[in-house]
Write a new protein. Structure first.
Length: 407
C-alpha cells in the first residue's frame, strides 16, 4: 500500500479530522482521575507518583500513535500490527491505574473512544465486552458462580458497554453511507469528465466534417470547374483562340471566386451570395453564374411565401444547389437545369432537375452527395434522388420547419 501523508489520510477518512478532539477527550479522562488522586488524602506520595507515571505513559503512548505512526502510515485502522499492541498496552496501564484508585474508572470513556476509533467493530466490540467483564471480576474479587449471572452489577456494566457499541454501530452506518456517496460522487465526476472529453472529441469531429464539407463545396467545386475550362481551352488551342481565351478567363474568375470562398470558410462567414440577397435571389444568382461558366441553360423558380429562414438552413440549401449544379456540369451532359424552391407551411423543398444522361445507380453517391446528405440529416431533413438513364436526374431535398418555427 503506498505511503500517504496525514493530510491525504484525513481527506480520505473524514472522521480522522476529529482525532484531535478524541485526543483531548482521552487526555481529559486521564487527567481528571489523576487530579482526584492527588487530592485524596488516603493516597501516599509514592502511590501518587506511581499513578502519575502510569498516566504519563498512557498519554505518551497515545501521542506516539497519533503524531508519529498515523503521520507515517496513514490509515491505522488497517494496521493491526500497530493498533493491537497499542490498545493492549493501554488497557494494561488502565488496569494498573484502576487497581490503584477507583477514580480511574473515569478513564473508561477515553479508553472506549480509542477502541472504536482505531479498531473496526469486529475487534472493538470483543474488547469492550472484555473490559466490562474485567471490571465486574475485579469488583467480585474474581469469585464467580452461576449466581453471578443474576448480579445487577454485571448487567449494569454490560449496559455501559452496550452504549458505545450501539453508538459505534450507528456512526459506522452513517460513515459507510457517506463513503458510498463519496465513491458515487467520484464516479459521477469521472463520468462527467469522460463525457466532456467525448463531447470535445465529437465537437472536433463535427468541426472537421463541417470544414470538409465547406472545402468540398467551395475549393473542390471551384477546382473541378477550373480543370474543365482548362481542358476545354487545351482542346481548342490552335483551332479557335477566342474559345481558348473564353475558357481561360472563366477559369481565372472561378479561381478568384474559389479563393474568396476559401477565405470565408477560414473566417467562418456566411456564403457571399447570402450576405446581400435572400435565399431565392442567391440561388438564382448561383444558377446564372453556373450557366455562364458551363454554357448550360438554367431556370430558377420560387413558389410559396418566401419568408426568411434560419441562416444554417439557407446555407444548406445554397450549398446543395451548388453541389447539384456542379454534378450536372461534371457528369450529366445536360442542356437544361431547372431549380425549384418551394416554401410550405411546415417544410421547405428544393428540386434540382436536369435532362442529362441520368444515373445508373441512385444509391451510389460520391463525396458531394454524401456531404449534402450529412448536412440535411443534421438539420432533420432528407434527400431523395429520382433518376433514369437517358432521361435525367432530379434531386429532391426537404427540411421540416416546425422545429424552427417553435424556436
Amino acid at each position: 500500500m503506498p505511503h500517504r501523508s496525514s493530510d491525504a489520510f484525513q481527506e480520505s477518512y473524514f472522521w480522522q479530522r476529529w482525532v484531535w478532539v478524541w485526543s483531548g477527550f482521552f487526555f481529559l479522562t486521564a487527567l481528571i482521575p489523576l487530579a482526584i488522586v492527588w487530592r485524596d488524602p488516603s493516597m501516599s506520595q509514592a502511590q501518587r507518583w506511581q499513578d502519575s507515571m502510569l498516566t504519563a505513559m498512557a498519554m505518551l503512548l497515545h501521542l506516539i500513535l497519533t503524531q508519529i505512526f498515523m503521520r507515517r502510515m496513514g490509515n491505522l485502522r488497517e494496521k493491526k500490527q500497530v493498533v493491537l499492541p497499542y490498545m493492549l498496552t493501554l488497557i494494561f496501564l488502565w488496569f494498573l491505574l484502576v487497581n490503584s484508585h477507583p477514580a480511574f474508572n473515569i478513564m473508561l470513556g477515553g479508553l472506549f473512544s480509542q477502541l472504536f476509533l482505531w479498531l473496526n467493530l469486529r475487534w472493538a466490540i470483543p474488547f469492550t465486552l472484555g473490559i466490562s467483564f474485567l471490571i465486574f471480576g475485579m469488583q467480585r474479587n474474581w469469585q464467580f458462580s452461576w449466581q453471578s449471572i443474576k448480579d445487577p452489577t454485571l448487567w449494569m456494566w454490560l449496559f455501559v458497554a452496550a452504549t458505545p457499541i450501539l453508538l459505534a454501530l450507528f456512526i459506522g452506518a452513517i460513515t459507510n453511507e457517506s463513503e458510498r456517496r463519496q465513491q458515487l460522487i467520484q464516479k459521477l465526476q469521472a463520468a462527467q469528465s469522460d463525457l466532456a472529453q467525448s463531447e470535445r472529441r465529437a465537437g472536433m469531429l463535427a468541426e472537421r466534417q463541417r470544414l470538409a464539407r465547406e472545402i468540398h463545396d467551395t475549393l473542390a467545386q471551384g477546382f473541378t470547374s477550373i480543370v474543365m475550362h482548362l481542358e476545354a481551352a487545351e482542346q481548342a488551342i490552335g483551332q479557335d483562340d477566342a474559345i481558348v481565351q473564353k475558357h481561360v478567363d472563366r477559369a481565372r474568375r472561378t479561381a478568384r471566386g474559389s479563393l474568396e470562398q476559401a477565405r470565408r470558410v477560414v473566417n467562418d462567414l456566411m456564403p457571399e451570395p447570402l450576405e446581400r440577397a435572400s435565399l431565392p435571389e442567391a440561388i438564382a444568382r448561383v444558377a446564372e453564374q453556373w450557366s455562364a461558366q458551363h454554357d448550360i441553360a438554367s431556370t430558377t423558380t420560387c413558389t410559396g411565401h418566401c419568408a426568411p429562414l434560419p441562416p444554417e438552413i439557407e446555407i444548406i440549401l445554397l450549398r446543395a444547389t451548388q453541389e447539384a449544379l456542379n454534378n450536372i456540369a461534371k457528369h450529366a451532359r445536360a442542356s437544361q437545369a431547372t431549380i425549384t424552391l418551394s416554401y410550405m407551411p411546415d417544410v421547405i423543398m428544393l428540386d434540382v432537375q436536369d435532362d442529362g444522361a441520368g444515373m445508373r445507380d441512385a444509391a451510389a453517391r460520391g463525396t458531394g452527395l454524401t456531404a449534402m446528405q450529412q448536412r440535411l440529416t443534421a438539420a432533420g431533413g432528407s434527400l431523395h434522388i429520382e433518376t433514369e438513364p437517358g432521361v435525367g436526374t432530379t434531386l429532391v431535398l426537404s427540411i421540416p420547419l416546425v422545429e424552427f418555427a417553435n424556436d
